[in-house]
Design a protein around this ligand. Structure first.
Ligand code: BDR
Ligand code: CA
Length: 308
């Protein structure tokens, strides 16, 4: 199987994404690393343990990482993910305490132990990844690939220009896009097409398993915010699509292009400026998802979650 590390800020859709990874025999999850984001680091770290317990993966270690962005003030998304980040009843307790080692040290150690073998799937602000790239300048080359949910070729969701994971640490995203890592970006331009509609939530509930019921509950809470804020019939399955992109790259269409993160304070802060037409002449630094087969994605997600 492909060796992966999951870095994120669970978070409702992060939790569903991690469950997809844990259910998939093509992937071996070496560890999970947590970052500030949807809620505070202490909560994302606790939620990581809850998610692993739910996914019967208590052998997977949790490493806590950065508790704030590199430069900006801490943001958060409790309006979308609830005060705890995992608002659902009947979730298990976290299976154990996080490891003593910092997430950034772990990322470097894991990549050095298996050069060229480890895929990093990042579904939150990129603070841990940027810090690790600074501490070990060879890390971008040591990783097999970085798959990141964030940004957009079009508009944002936190501001008209910026997607949440970028705006929560634009300077970190800038470091990663300049790093030379093999980078793929799954942004809002595709993830907003993948909506957990009421029918889909019901299909998860019908699985009748603890994971099915938990996902249905989580996505029900999440849907309320998406109805209110974005006039969608359910929550967008952002982070699960990034895991699916590693499992089944053909679900998406990819275009190599130059992407620059706007780090200037102002209305465009956090915009991923995507050179779709190559007008800058700058070399591509990422492969960006520009299309998605949403029905196939959801049917595969449902099938995988049914395996628990
Ligand atoms: C991203 O922001 C977070 O709230 C979600 O978990 C996802 O990673 C979508 O913009
Ligand atoms: Ca996330």
């Amino acid at each position: 199987p492909l060796h992966v590390i999951l870095d994120g800020d669970p978070g409702l859709d992060d939790a569903v994404a991690w469950l997809l990874a844990l259910a998939s025999p093509e992937l071996k999850v070496l560890g999970v690393t947590t970052v500030h984001g949807n809620v505070d680091l202490s909560l994302t770290t606790r939620n990581a343990g809850v998610t692993l317990a739910l996914g019967k993966s208590t052998d997977v270690p949790v490493y806590a990482g950065a508790d704030r962005p590199l430069i900006r003030e801490l943001m958060g998304a409790a309006a979308v993910h609830g005060d705890t980040g995992l608002p659902a009843n009947g979730l298990p307790d976290p299976y154990r305490e996080p490891e003593a080692e910092h997430a950034v040290n772990y990322l470097i150690r894991a990549a050095r132990e298996q050069p060229g073998e480890v895929t990093l799937i990042a579904t939150g602000p990129l603070t841990n990844v940027a810090l690790a790239f600074r501490m070990e300048p060879a890390l971008p080359q040591l990783l097999r690939e970085v798959m990141w949910m964030g940004g957009s070729t079009a508009h944002g969701n936190r501001t008209p220009a910026a997607e949440f994971n970028v705006l929560a640490d634009p300077h970190a995203a800038d470091v990663v896009f300049r790093s030379g890592a093999a980078l793929r970006m799954v942004g809002l331009n595709v993830t907003m097409q993948c909506v957990a509609t009421p029918d889909r939530v019901e299909a998860l509930r019908q699985l009748g398993t603890p994971v099915g019921l938990a996902c249905a509950e989580m996505l029900t809470f999440y849907a309320a915010a998406y109805r209110r804020r974005y006039n969608l019939s359910g929550g967008a399955l952002h982070d699960p699509l990034a895991v699916a992109a590693v499992l089944w790259p053909d679900l998406l269409t990819w275009q190599a292009m130059h992407v620059e993160v706007d780090t200037h304070e102002g209305a465009d802060l956090g915009r991923t400026v995507c050179d779709l037409y190559g007008v800058t002449g700058k070399p591509a630094n990422a492969r960006v998802a520009v299309g998605v087969d949403d029905p196939t994605f959801f049917s595969r997600l449902l099938e995988r979650l049914s395996r628990f």
